[in-house]
Design a protein around this ligand. Structure first.
Ligand code: ARG
Length: 460
């Protein structure tokens, strides 16, 4: 251990398994670029503060340029004592520019602020990518909703046929729930994008470091204002995972709807081959594996969130090595959520929709409410209209015919206030168009939703 970067006070080596157990380089090497930009910003601040000379700063920059090229070209040679990306880069810097100058880089700095800086810089870029994937998913949904606005389908509650709705209305119901995650993501990015740099190990920096200048150089939108908190918390990872979990719940429910709608019994939609797989035994099978994985991977995303909450909950304040356990879940979470959004977009943009099957699945009983509403328009209290309409349903059941096969005389027999125009209640299109208040399923109300979403996407 005396060979380690921190080895001054140690006399004996680490147990070999402990070396492996402790090291994070196999996965935190992904932050090499962020670690270098953070180091250069830190060195520049120490130049301004008089800790480094112009020459020393230039040497540090030169060293890092070379190190960056090594990482870029996959030729960086990892040494046995490289614990993590921070120690690896600093060790290499010393080799390139010499320890006299290389050894000054870490003046006033701690890996505790470094790791949080690197993670935030990395996460910020990834979340921006996820934001654009999510925008794409919403855009594809909107495009389908506009093109397929005339399709009418059964709307369900309790998975029972409830009232007719536009297919576009179903599509946009999910777009609306994705959109609220888009808004939330934009807030999360702002909180991720704050700088811990200049907080030291826990107590702060003693060399008059310009924290604002460093934050600006690195593109941070603000600072973390308490150095102990800055090295202690992984709020930005937790918040990301809470957001990701929430989005995955929504993607999972969307996938569940489509699994049902793509079953042979429904046949409302048909997945493209690109997002389906077959059975090794049953030749006829075409399974919606993409959708099932979207549903399945949501569980994995929630697990990562719950796991990190447990890791952090009992920690004494400031940095503890447990926090290193936030890195891998974060990396996997981002990959899982990012891939899932893109798969969902692929499924949605390539599937075919069978408008005839949707229409054929409508049942006259879904118009029972229309009879009640009809009577309401004639001045009958709704509760009474509901009761009368219930008797229409009951009579159809008793006669063993669908509701639309009852004769006008039979209806009149139930309630004398039914006139000839009661036939209009049996028109699915009319039923849909009557729901014209904002948020409803009429064409105008659906197009209004499209407008709201486009505004959120900045496309209006
Ligand atoms: N690899 C560490 C992590 O990911 C870096 C910080 C280590 N700091 C320390 N004092 N041991 O958390």
């Amino acid at each position: 251990a005396e060979n380690m970067l921190w080895g001054g006070r140690f006399t004996q080596g680490l147990d070999p398994l402990m070396v492996k157990y402790n090291e994070s380089l196999p996965y935190d090497r992904i932050f090499w670029k962020q670690d270098i930009s953070g180091s250069i910003a830190f060195a520049r601040a120490n130049l301004k503060g008089g800790i480094l000379s112009e020459h020393e700063f230039a040497e540090i920059q030169r060293g890092f340029k070379e190190i960056a090229e090594e990482w870029e070209s996959n030729s960086f040679v990892v040494k046995a004592n490289d614990e993590d990306i921070h120690t690896a880069n600093e060790r290499r810097l010393g080799e390139i520019i010499g320890k006299d100058i290389g050894g000054k880089l870490h003046t006033g700095r701690s890996r505790n602020e470094q790791v949080s800086t690197d993670m935030r810089l990395w996460l910020r870029e990834e979340l921006r990518k996820l934001e654009s994937y999510l925008c794409d998913l919403i855009k594809v949904t909107i495009a389908r909703a506009e093109n397929e606005i005339d399709y009418i389908m059964p709307g369900y509650t309790h998975l029972q046929k409830a009232q007719p709705v536009r297919w576009s209305h179903w599509l946009l119901s999910h777009a609306a729930s994705f959109a609220s995650e888009l808004e939330r993501l934009r807030f999360v990015i702002k909180r991720v994008n704050r700088s811990p740099l200049g907080c030291g190990a826990l107590a702060g920096n003693p060399f008059k470091i310009d924290r604002v200048g460093m934050a600006k150089e690195l593109g941070f939108e603000g600072l973390l204002y308490n150095s102990m908190n800055a090295v202690a918390d992984r709020d930005f990872v937790l918040e990301t995972m809470q957001w990701g979990s929430s989005l995955m719940v929504k993607i999972s429910r969307w996938a569940e709807d489509l699994i049902i709608y793509s079953s042979l019994e429904f046949s409302f939609v048909r997945l493209a081959d690109a997002y389906s797989t077959g059975s090794s035994l049953m030749p006829q099978k075409k399974n919606a594996d993409s959708l099932e994985l979207l549903r399945g991977k949501s569980g994995r995303a929630f697990g990562q969130m719950a796991g990190l909450l447990c890791t952090i909950k009992g920690l004494p304040t400031t940095y503890n090595k447990d926090l290193q356990e936030s890195v891998e879940p974060m990396l996997d979470h981002i990959k899982t959520v990012g891939d899932s959004i893109q798969i969902a977009t692929g499924v949605l943009s390539t599937m075919t929709v069978n408008a005839d099957k949707m229409y054929a699945a409508l049942a006259p009983e879904m118009l029972a409410t229309e009879f009640a509403d009809y009577l309401v328009r004639k001045g009958v209290p709704f509760r009474e209209g509901h009761h009368v309409s219930g008797r229409v349903v009951a009579l159809a059941e008793e006669k063993g015919v669908p509701m639309d096969k009852l004769t006008f005389e039979q209806l009149k027999g139930i309630d004398a206030r039914f006139d000839e125009d009661v036939q209009s209640c049996l028109d699915y299109h009319r039923a849909v168009e009557l729901k014209d208040a904002t948020g409803g399923t009429s064409k105008a109300a659906v197009l209004e939703q499209v407008g709201v979403l486009k505004e959120l996407l900045g496309q209006a």
